[in-house]
Design a protein around this ligand. Structure first.
Ligand SMILES: Cc1cc2nc3c(=O)[nH]c(=O)nc-3n(C[C@H](O)[C@H](O)[C@H](O)COP(=O)(O)OP(=O)(O)OC[C@H]3O[C@@H](n4cnc5c(N)ncnc54)[C@H](O)[C@@H]3O)c2cc1C
Length: 288
């Protein structure tokens, strides 16, 4: 890329969003940049700001739906040093690391606690942003502090209170990039235990291209059950289908557009509201 952008990383133009997410829909992204160190990330934000280019950071794209028109801005992914781990008094992890790799590497070094999260797709950064969780455990249970890069290039440290974790959410803004995290772990991890959780996960999670659970569970209820009770399992709009195995998943049959998925989400929501008077809240994020 011309125009004075010097970074340690990899730059691409007009990348189809289908290649960036697990649900594989969406139009072209103007710029995709994999950035490998903090200084480059700062330069990149300054470059984007100077040119008035909007940006978003993504991880593995397992909780995202890009629109069919694409994204007229810069998509940033964290690689290089953002995938590293440091074992000091506390463990410090780069937020581009894939959660499954993180847990394996921690177990090898004798740290545990995160085993129930083994197999949740995505990165540490994406996991922290949405406070991912499984089997009654959330990633917030293991986060002590995080480092954030703000749009003006300022680095800030947030403690747990400032992160504002809640059920499948944090209070972090889309413009704040989580770069590194200090973890709170127990001694004595077990890969056998982790694989046990992975096996249980694979038994209930449907195969195919999806963005994970579409809706959050409403207080005291299970979103998938409500959808199922509306008779919507296998209901299809265009190439998007409510999974017959787990009704809170929408599967792209290989031909879905983003609009098919969004129309199906709206329809499911409407049916659940009509039948139970409950408005389901999105767990996936539709990129604007
Ligand atoms: C088959 C399948 C199973 C799943 N199972 C579960 C499950 O059991 N539990 C669960 O909680 N989720 C589950 N998910 C959803 C998803 O895996 C999680 O939400 C995951 O944490 C998203 O991580 P990601 O790296 O893919 O984030 P992305 O989808 O890339 O991004 C999600 C959000 O995080 C932001 N983000 C990403 N990286 C950063 C960063 N470094 N700094 C700031 N913001 C960032 C993005 O801007 C976006 O807002 C599942 C998804 C799939 C496809």
């Amino acid at each position: 890329m011309r125009n004075g952008l010097r970074i340690n990383g990899r730059k691409k133009k007009r990348v189809p969003a289908t290649n960036l997410t697990s649900v594989r829909v969406g139009g072209p992204v103007r710029y995709l940049i994999d950035v490998y160190d903090l200084r480059s990330l700062r330069n990149l934000l300054a470059w984007a700001k100077k040119r008035g280019i909007a940006y978003r950071v993504i991880g593995s794209g397992t909780n995202l739906i890009f629109p069919d028109r694409g994204y007229d801005g810069l998509i940033i992914r964290l690689g290089g040093s953002f995938k590293r781990l440091w074992f000091k008094d506390q463990v410090i992890a780069g937020c581009g690391i894939v959660l499954k790799d993180l847990i394996e590497r921690l177990i090898k070094r004798g740290y545990g606690g995160m085993e129930p999260l083994y197999g949740i797709p995505g990165t540490l950064g994406g996991g922290i942003k949405g406070n991912c969780g499984a089997f009654g455990v959330s990633i917030s249970d293991f986060i002590d502090r995080i480092f954030i890069l703000a749009p003006d290039g300022e680095e800030m440290m947030f403690d747990r209170k400032r992160i504002g974790f809640g059920y499948r959410r944090s209070r972090l803004l889309p413009s704040q990039i989580i770069t590194f995290a200090l973890l709170r772990l127990k001694k004595g991890g077990s890969i056998t235990k982790a694989r046990g959780y992975l096996k249980r996960r694979l038994e209930k999670i449907p195969e195919g291209w999806s963005a994970g659970c579409i809706f959050k569970n409403p207080e005291g209820k299970i979103a998938g059950r409500l959808i199922e009770r509306c008779g919507l399992k296998d209901f299809q709009i265009g190439g998007a289908r409510v999974s017959g195995r787990h009704a809170n998943f929408i599967i792209n049959d290989g031909t879905a557009t983003s609009s098919d998925i969004i129309r199906l989400i709206r329809y499911v929501r409407q049916m659940v509201r009509r039948r139970f008077g409950i408005t389901l809240e999105l767990e996936v994020e539709v990129v604007r």
